[in-house]
Design a protein around this ligand. Structure first.
Ligand SMILES: NC(=O)c1ccc[n+]([C@@H]2O[C@H](COP(=O)([O-])OP(=O)(O)OC[C@H]3O[C@@H](n4cnc5c(N)ncnc54)[C@H](OP(=O)(O)O)[C@@H]3O)[C@@H](O)[C@H]2O)c1
Length: 324
């Protein structure tokens, strides 16, 4: 290589990561400068457990005002109390209604408009919306269809309908919920925040196909693509997408197809929910677009198009899936 070529390669190797780091640092300081944590008003949809609960508690511990939303009343009350306690422990200020708990379904327009009214009344707006709620589905599609016929004959009308019902339940949680939330809160964010942000918790299953996750992955994929396009249509709002692999917790226990876990124990091998939550908050602060956890998730997406059979084999192994 000529000495000019070597210098150019060195400049690119050092310059590109340095530029990216500098750009992110400037962006971070920009959001926190115009919107310090103590002034930030955060809405977490799907906060009664898991990643959403941890996001809410971490924001509260840092002094932000948080509104937590979910359908289970007892859990929402508990998270509201925890957020109040964390806030008082770390920040003594008495801003009006520093933690709000609301029982609501994020796929129900009436519920979300009610949440918006509460936020307008209590805080006169919102700065950060974390869309965390979602539902799992864990079974191979043809297993759902053949559930009643024990694998014999062609699926009857009832069998096809059962499969459709499962897909509709997953779609309601993973696509309609994010849609209702976006339509309800985008105008409020735009008109009331100096630095409006939305983060969608998606999944690696939304961008890399996996057996037993056909319905889950495809409905999460629809939600992700919706938000990616909304980001282009609404450039005044910063959109971030958290794309984690398996996370610890009870997410799979409420699967809409009543499926069971086939992979290695998520509570032993999955990502820690606190780590995912912390990275969500950082992504919003840094105005990052897509965050993969772990980082190799980004490569699996690219690899699928370059060498699909390798990814298919890895996915089959991960989910202990064999063809019948
Ligand atoms: N766990 C994983 O392995 C994993 C991996 C990748 C991505 N994700 C994504 O991470 C997100 C959070 O999952 P998690 O692991 O934290 O599971 P989780 O503990 O089951 O949390 C899900 C939350 O969503 C809420 N929710 C579900 N449907 C809702 C609805 N219609 N309206 C309002 N709230 C609703 C649940 O509360 P209520 O039941 O009280 O309504 C709960 O608070 C999901 O979007 C999931 O797709 C999870």
């Amino acid at each position: 290589m000529t000495s000019f070529g070597a210098k150019l390669a060195l400049c690119v190797t050092l310059g590109v990561p340095l530029y990216a780091l500098l750009r992110q640092t400037i962006r971070r300081s920009r959001r926190l400068r115009v919107l310090p944590r103590a002034k930030e008003r955060v809405l977490v949809l799907g906060a009664s457990s898991g990643i959403g609960r941890s996001v809410a508690e971490q924001y509260a511990a840092q002094g932000a005002r948080v509104c937590v939303v979910g359908r289970r009343e007892n859990e929402i009350q508990a998270v509201e109390n925890a957020c109040l306690e964390l806030r008082t422990k770390h920040h003594a200020d008495n801003s009006a209604r520093p933690a709000i708990g609301l029982v609501a379904d994020f796929s129900n327009p009436e519920d979300m408009v009610r949440v918006r009214q509460e936020l307008e009344n209590a805080w006169q707006g919102v700065d950060t919306v974390i869309v965390c709620a979602g539902a799992s589905a864990l079974r191979p599609v043809m297993e759902i269809a053949r559930e009643k016929s024990s694998g014999k004959g062609y699926p009857a009308t009832d069998d096809v309908q059962r499969t459709v019902d499962v897909a509709i339940a997953a779609e309601r949680a993973n696509y309609v919920g994010p849609l209702v939330s976006a339509v309800t809160f985008i105008p409020l964010l735009q008109s009331t925040s100096v630095s409006p942000s939305i983060l969608l918790v998606s999944s690696l299953g939304a961008i890399v196909p996996a057996p037993t996750r056909a319905i889950y992955g495809s409905t999460k994929s629809a939600g992700l693509l919706l938000y990616q396009a909304l980001a282009i249509e609404n450039p005044t709002i910063k959109f971030s997408f958290m794309i984690p692999a398996t996370v610890e917790g009870n997410f799979r226990a409420s699967a809409v197809d009543a499926g069971t876990v086939r992979e290695a124990d998520p509570n032993q091998f999955g990502l820690k929910r606190e780590d995912v939550a912390q990275r969500c908050i950082q992504a919003v602060d840094f105005e990052e677009k897509a965050i993969f956890m772990p980082g190799w998730g980004k490569i699996t997406h690219l690899l699928y198009w370059l060498w699909p059979s390798a990814i298919e084999r890895i996915a089959m192994r991960k989910y202990n899936f064999t063809h019948q």
